[in-house]
Design a protein around this ligand. Structure first.
Ligand SMILES: Cc1ncc(COP(=O)(O)O)c(C=O)c1O
Length: 466
């Protein structure tokens, strides 16, 4: 749909082209085409500035808008709260923050304290700072190292990137914060370990072996130097990787054995994405820290949380005259009341509309649809998913599992967009494994919408192999 010169669309695009700096974008591409400007959202659909509608199977591009667009219930509550009290620093309490903390902890047996900030990266940095301060207070600073896993991502700041297992994201931004050490990934499809028969380990054997690789790193580094381990419950941007059977229980045992604090990064999986409130709750694991952001308020306001156990919290209790012995940290916008207000309504909507159940039901339909596609499209090497969190790993040779070039995955994403569907993909994170398509629609997704996602993808895959 072409717009005449001087239309709102033209004005928007020229302002955007002249002054906006987009995330993850090479702006030179806009020499030959206009940036896409999203103007409106309702339910599962977004519209661009030219009036084109798209079914959004990305929840806002980066798995955020869990309850869908246009929620008046959230907007009204935030409006009312802003008129009552928009902000006060979190060194004081405020009603929505207190109510939200209690409501959240209700969903997280074993956890106890909620520290508010405003991005996933920041929430993770808070946990890292807590682990470092605990090392100083309990272990003379020695037990300060934090392990992270190959292919996981924990944010964009320099220290969050120091804990990133996605190499390409790190290029050109170093030097990095010392004390972060990588452990191997746990992607069974790309099993790194073989059994006595020389074949790659699979299933439970693989899961236990992949977790033991963490123990090997702890022993190599020295258990008295390792204070924390940060893991995504299921790897998101690194390729939708589900932990293999046996993995999490072994990880938990290793952390206990070596007195390593377990930090689970639920920035993507938190608040329902995988069909439970939190990803780790599928595996019966008990973390010391849980961080979350994107889905906490479904993008209606910025909020992130660093949640800890009471045991962790108590390590920061001391006489008030001890100047150094509390968590000396602040996040200005952690005091915005819009965040916890939106988050409270977000939780209410998930409960009122049974969205966890819908996520499980529609997630199973999505997975089944993707498995059907795999039977017909050689390019699909692996299908992975839990709830409305699914990925297709694309290969040019199924036997050799050769990853397709990133441009192939990008071409399929563009084709889907041209046919009214937004899907995601791994993106300039690795040299070779930018080959996974991501399907992560909002938790409100209907059966008809799942079927449309599958049909459109089917068409795009057919066209890509022509
Ligand atoms: C698992 C995970 N942790 C942390 C982050 C960082 O969150 P933010 O972009 O809000 O800083 C992301 C962002 O994609 C993420 O996927």
């Amino acid at each position: 749909m072409n717009q005449h010169i001087g239309s709102p669309h033209d004005r928007l695009v020229s302002q955007d082209k002249a002054h906006a700096w987009h995330h993850l974008t090479q702006h030179q591409t806009f020499a030959g085409k206009d940036p896409m400007v999203i103007t409106r959202g309702e339910g599962m659909t977004v519209w661009d500035s030219q009036g084109n509608a798209y079914l959004d199977a990305t929840s806002g591009g980066v798995w955020t808008v869990n309850v869908g667009y246009g929620r008046k219930q959230i907007a009204d509550a935030v409006h009312a709260q802003l008129m009552e009290l928009c902000y006060f620093t979190q060194s004081m309490g405020n009603p929505p923050a207190a109510e939200f903390a209690a409501r959240l902890i209700d969903k997280m047996p074993g956890m106890s304290r909620v520290y508010l900030s405003n991005s996933g990266s920041e929430a993770n940095e808070k946990a890292y700072k807590m682990i470092r301060q605990i090392a100083h207070r309990k272990y003379g600073g020695k037990k300060h190292k934090i392990l992270y896993r190959e292919r996981d991502y924990h944010g964009t700041t320099i220290t969050a990137l120091s804990s990133s297992g996605q190499y390409e994201r790190k290029h050109q931004y170093g030097p990095y914060t010392p004390g972060f050490v990588e452990v191997p990934h746990c992607c069974e499809y790309r099993s790194q370990y073989s059994g006595l028969d020389g074949k790659p380990l699979r299933g439970r054997e693989y899961g236990v072996r992949a977790a033991q690789a963490i123990e090997e790193v702890i022993l190599r580094e020295g258990p008295d130097t390792v204070g924390g381990l940060v893991l995504e419950p299921m790897t998101a941007g690194g390729g939708i990787i589900l932990p293999p059977e046996g993995y999490w229980e072994t990880v938990q045992a290793i952390c206990k054995k070596y007195d390593v604090l377990l930090h689970i990064d639920e920035v993507v999986c938190g608040l329902g994405r995988t069909g439970e409130w939190f990803g780790y709750q599928h595996f019966g694991v008990q973390p010391d820290f849980v961080t979350m952001a994107k889905g906490v308020a479904s993008g209606y306001a910025a909020i992130s949380c660093t949640v800890t156990t009471e045991e962790v919290f108590e390590l920061f209790m001391d006489e008030p005259n001890q100047r150094m012995n509390y968590f000396r940290d602040i996040s200005t916008f952690g005091g915005c009341t819009s965040g916890p207000t939106a988050a409270l309504e977000n939780i209410s909507i998930i409960e009122q509309e049974n969205l966890l159940e819908n996520c499980r039901i529609q997630g199973a339909r999505l997975l089944q649809g993707l498995q059907e596609l795999q039977k017909r499209h050689e390019i699909i090497g692996d299908v992975r998913g839990k709830g409305l969190f699914a990925g297709l790993e694309l290969v040019s040779d199924r036997e050799l599992k050769t990853p397709v070039a990133e441009s192939v995955a990008a071409g399929i994403v563009t084709d889907c967009m041209q046919h009214g569907l937004l899907i995601g993909r791994t993106n300039r994170s690795f040299e070779e494994f930018n080959n996974t398509l991501a399907l992560t629609p909002a938790l409100i997704c209907s059966s008809a919408e799942i079927d449309r996602i599958i049909d459109t993808l089917d068409g795009a895959l057919q066209r890509s192999s022509c």
